[in-house]
Design a protein around this ligand. Sequence first.
Ligand code: C2O
Ligand code: CU
Ligand code: CU
Length: 543
Amino acid sequence: MERRKFLRYVAASAAGILGGRYLYRYATHASQNDSVGTASVEAAAARYAPLFIPGNSGPLGVLDMAGALLTLTARSTALPLIQGKQSPFLVYEAQYGGKTYQNPIVRVQRGKQFNARLQNGLDEPTIIHWHGLHLPGVMDGHPRTTISAGKRYDYAFTVTNRSGMYWYHTHALNRTAKQAYSGLAGIFMVEDEDEAALRKTLQLEPGTNELPLLIQDKQFNSSGELTYAGNSMQQRMMGQLGDTIMVNLTAQPQLDIANRLYRFRILNGSNSRIYKLAFMHRGKMLPYSIIGTDGGLLDRPYTAQEVFLAPAERVDILFDASHLRADDEVLLKSLAFDAMEDEMMSGMGGAMGGMSGMGGMGGSSLALGAEFEIMKLAVTRQGAATPASPPPTLSNIARIDTRDAIVRNISLAMQRMRWLINGESFNLDSYPIQSRNNTVELWDIQNAKMSMPHPMHMHGFSFQVVNRRDSPSQVRKLAQDASGRLITDLGWKDTILVWPGETVRIAVDFTNEYEGDQTYLFHCHNLEHEDQGMMVNHRVSAA
Ligand code: C2O
Ligand code: CU
Ligand code: CU
């Protein structure tokens, strides 16, 4: 099919199904960036709320695993998310070491045994998946293991991953997107000697100058309650986009800092929004160091000014504020980018009545690729004299030996309004991808030209990026070398963004120490795409 025809087809189908539910709301958040009078600037300034910094209990509290069983009870609660109003929210609640937590930041030492129990206190089925962890298939939280209301599921495995920021979230069959959006997600930190060395050199103190930043876009109604756009055609195809950007569940956050070095460990916990992160100071981008990716530290720090972060990806950043002065302000922003390289979006948008982007229909007014503010950093105090420059080496990244690797082709494309992987939509009982223990594979993940960017995620194994081909210019511009790889491609990954028209080659070693055949998943981490079936079983057989 020709491109133009395809676009008209997509647009016409979406419009037909949407019908009267089409609702266009003008960008409310975007007005911040317009020229406004002093009064409204002050009004906007007053809206900043202090960034929520996780403590040692309560919401996002840091929970150090000390051997005992961790029981996580999934349940519905109410939290004041915006305007101090209570909003329905789903949490994993835990009692541990005499403290109560909601969606705890679980911290585990590498090599330790991890014992947890999911207790389903919801009135619907659910299951927990440990994102990025290497573990037996039966411990992975495959949607097949979804448990009904009132039931429980026990997990026991050894944490063998490198130190890094991993996470856990619902993987309920057909319900992952809405449940994760409604709150069922948390951070899982693994620590080891690389991590300890870095903290020591830079005098990093979690909770003070080392902070997790969980970035999510949400949508609220006028009563301050979290809303999910549901199953509109637009949302099914593009994914849920919210117009309220939250960091650690704080809308429009401000972080008061000293003029010293900070470490931000950032997780994109959004359903479908991709961010292009930059620190802006007086209209200019400030350089920062990228020191880690999904699977932990890079070999060394890399200087950057902007980085793409797709759903489920993590990036570990050192931000040096030591050259800033008191009263200086820096904005962590997501910069504008072309989400579809003007292919699908403009085609669909055009036929939908000249909207720029597709944001308006699902209820959100903030299109994918729009520019917006994420967080304000305000220098309010003098920093202690601490080392500002990162150590020259951080870790060792041994390259996977791909000499005997087979090459597997993975295609991503849309057919009849569905996103497919190698032409397949998810079927619980079929195994379209089969690998073998003790083998290495190269996967060429090829996204169709008329497509969306898809963040593709593999369960059970971290992988390495070998190269990027036919990347759109905004991606190629950030390439580090002739392989087309970005800085974030240089470490261990479990989720990789593949742009329209692009082919990304990854190397994976399927060696595992588990008994028998293991079943995992490979899917798009745009969670609406995932629930729609952009997911396949992946079996790693014993021999
Ligand atoms: Cu974080 Cu199967 O996903
Ligand atoms: Cu995962
Ligand atoms: Cu996708």
